[in-house]
Design a protein around this ligand. Structure first.
Ligand code: UDP
Length: 390
């Protein structure tokens, strides 16, 4: 039986792997194990491994790899620790295929370990273009992987242009689209009930109405020093409006500590207006995106997912620069004037834009699982496919 190991580091990639895991689990010709790492294992990030267990997946191993500090050198050391830990697990479990998603350093560590141990790597979500260190790691992961599952045609072309074998590059759409399209809409009062366990400030939740802003802003590691000014600009822009604000915790990348401090100060200052949540399970998050008035920040969910519901988005700074966007997204610099101006522009327009399904049509998990279960593995040796004759 083919052994497939799926690595996940937090909410950001679990939403892109969940339907694939469901499909793999249904098959009798595959043994699938999940290896949670990174933020999944930390209570300050919501201990989201609990969501994986609740969803009924087998946990193969827990890879603790995050060195505290949230600066560039600790993020790099964490990557090194990840390579050591993943290699021990792979040595013992001996998977035929390791599945990784996206562009985070935890996934890069698993990819490097598997590739160096002659294990085939399947990469979901390669070929996209963005800012921050994610851009470097995503393309490096492509070059270390054997099978590629990009979410759109442009990404497929870029992967092939990077010298990967065209017959191993499949534009299946992204598995996150499966969840976006299948999750039933719940009413706003129902959503508030569902959010209750994740919210400390109960009176804030009680008074929350559908004009709230959803804010997620992560560090940009290649602009490590500038993050302070950018988040300050964003928060000052928010102060210009009476709308309630739902703030979600940023990821663990270098620079996160500064962001968290500013978010906490903002919450203290704007007490009844602001609620901070570490995370919400993905199906509830889908409904948060559906119901909020505007999404603001630099989360990939703003540019890749809000378009499925036509939710207005203010995309702040360079983190998502290069990604395909639809008309619901206004991209601006992280200054008070730019952020407030874009918010006002959205408020002056109808509540939603025409929905667009830009990153998948809702059956990616099934397509990827069928390919992973049946594709001939062959030699793990990779070769550059190139038109250039030497
Ligand atoms: N997400 C989630 N719960 C949350 C926030 C986000 O399930 O509380 C999902 C979201 O739908 C998206 C993914 O996490 O698919 C990425 O969001 P995030 O902003 O955390 O990370 P990014 O991709 O920008 O690094």
């Amino acid at each position: 039986m083919r052994k497939i190991c799926v690595v996940t580091n937090g909410r950001a990639d679990y939403s892109h792997l969940k339907t694939l895991l469901e499909e793999l689990k249904k098959r009798s010709d595959v043994q699938v194990t999940v290896v949670p790492t990174g933020m999944h294992l930390l209570s300050s990030y919501g201990h989201t491994i609990d969501d994986i267990v609740k969803d009924g997946f087998d946990i193969g191993y827990r890879v603790f790899m995050e060195v505290d500090g949230r600066v560039l050198s600790t993020m790099t050391k964490s990557t090194g620790l990840g390579i050591i830990e993943f290699s021990s697990y792979f040595e013992n479990f001996r998977p035929d295929i390791v599945v990784v998603q996206g562009d985070r350093f935890e996934a890069f560590a698993a990819t490097a370990a598997a590739s160096m141990m002659n294990i085939h790597v399947a990469h979901v979500g390669g070929g996209e273009v963005t800012g921050t260190i994610d851009e470097h790691l995503r393309h490096a992961m492509t070059k270390l992987s054997h099978f590629h599952f990009p979410c759109d045609e442009d990404s497929k072309k870029r992967i092939i242009a990077m010298g990967e074998r065209p017959e191993h590059v499949f534009n299946t759409g992204g598995p996150a689209s499966d969840l976006l399209l299948r999750t039933p809409t719940c009413t706003f009062p129902e959503l508030k009930k569902r959010l209750d366990p994740y919210v400390k400030k109960k009176e804030w939740l009680r008074d929350l109405d559908e004009d709230f802003f959803l804010v997620i802003h992560h560090p940009v590691t290649t602009e490590f020093e500038a993050v302070h000014a950018e988040i300050e600009g964003l928060l000052s822009g928010l102060k210009k409006f009476p709308n309630k604000v739902m703030l979600l915790w940023p990821n663990i990348d270098a620079g996160a500590e500064k962001i968290v401090k500013l978010l906490k100060d903002f919450e203290r200052y704007e007490d009844s207006k602001v609620g901070i949540l570490s995370h919400v399970p993905v199906e509830d998050f889908v409904n948060v995106m559906r119901h909020c008035r505007i999404m603001i920040g630099n989360s990939s969910s703003g540019v890749r997912e809000a378009c499925y519901f036509g939710t207005p988005v203010v995309n702040v700074g360079n983190r998502q620069e290069g990604r395909r966007i639809s008309e619901n997204v206004l991209s601006v610099a992280g200054t008070e004037a730019a952020v407030a101006g874009a918010i006002q522009k959205h408020l002056d327009k109808p509540r939603t834009y025409t929905p667009e399904y830009m990153y998948g049509g809702g059956d990616a998990g099934k397509q990827i699982s069928d390919i992973l279960a049946t594709i001939e593995l062959g030699s793990p040796q990779k070769r550059l496919v190139s038109d250039i004759k030497y």
